[in-house]
Design a protein. Structure first.
Length: 277
């Protein structure tokens, strides 16, 4: 911009930073685009194009698939879906029942995805910003033939598990299935992640945890039960000894004829009760 900004000390910078969004375009995070069999990073405007291959380090996975519904045909551009829900939930009422059953081509009227959060290599260098990668159903479950080098994500994860490896320990290579006519992604292990690369991933874990779970969208599904709110607690009442109600004595005990002498609340009386402490 050709201007010299006024320097701010760290304390003031920390106070002011919370007043502004990190990104005005996509809710403050980047996401992977696979439109037209090209990898890209969506940041709100035109994607940063990465080409037909992409290297990532997977930082976290959601523990459940989610479903995405578009009222109009999805063309691969960055258009917000009309409904998002987890597969364990009932679909929101906004989704027509006809879209929840298979059509003549044996397809549902919604997409199934699994969210992972990853760090992406750009020009061979690991970018430290976490990126949302919603992997499509075919990329998840359409298994590659036995002996294939590039696998579905489910096959790939099983392979890593058999090697006692976590995804964060491996640089994962992503490419497109050349035999598919849509964007079906295949995965393979490129190389072990270095210690410095793993440290970079771990330094972003707070943001990774915020991104890994999908925000559901649409009216609440039928039968949805939110966690009950705690019962309101009664307001605190200032203590007033004069408002105490005497506890009645049991009926089996006859009332004493004698009265207890009044307690001496003077300083000398309290001293005699407390003793030497």
């Amino acid at each position: 911009m050709g201007m010299e900004l006024t320097a701010l000390n760290q304390e003031l910078m920390a106070q002011l930073k919370g007043m502004f969004a990190d990104d005005l375009s996509t809710g403050g995070f980047m996401s992977v685009s696979t439109a037209r069999m090209q990898f890209g990073l969506r940041t709100g405007g035109d994607p940063i194009q990465l080409g037909t291959e992409m290297d990532i380090i997977v930082a976290a996975e959601d523990n459940e698939d989610h479903c995405v519904y578009y009222a109009n045909s999805y063309d691969g551009t960055a258009v917000a879906p009309d409904a998002v829900w987890y597969r364990s939930q009932k679909a929101p009422a906004i989704v027509p029942q006809s879209k929840l059953v298979k059509d003549a081509s044996n397809r549902y009227g919604y997409a199934v995805k699994r969210r992972v959060v990853c760090l992406v290599f750009i020009n061979g260098k690991l970018n430290p910003s976490p990126v949302v990668f919603d992997i499509s159903g075919q990329s998840l479950y359409k298994n590659a033939p036995n002996g294939a080098q590039f696998l579905s994500y489910t096959q790939y994860r099983k392979m890593l598990t058999s090697m006692h490896a976590l995804p964060v320990q491996v640089v994962t290579h992503c490419t497109f299935d050349p035999t598919a006519n849509v964007s079906v992604i295949r995965f393979s292990g490129n190389r072990p992640a270095t210690a410095d690369e793993i440290k970079t991933v771990m330094s972003q874990m707070d943001q990774v945890r915020e991104l890994v779970h999908v925000q559901t969208k649409g009216d609440q599904p039928e039968g949805f039960k939110a966690d009950p709110e705690p019962a309101p607690q009664p307001a605190a009442v200032p203590f007033n000894a004069n408002q105490l109600t005497p506890v009645p004595k049991p009926a089996s005990q006859p009332a004493a004829d004698t009265k207890e002498p009044p307690m001496d609340l003077s300083d000398s009386g309290l001293d005699s009760l407390l003793g030497d402490i």
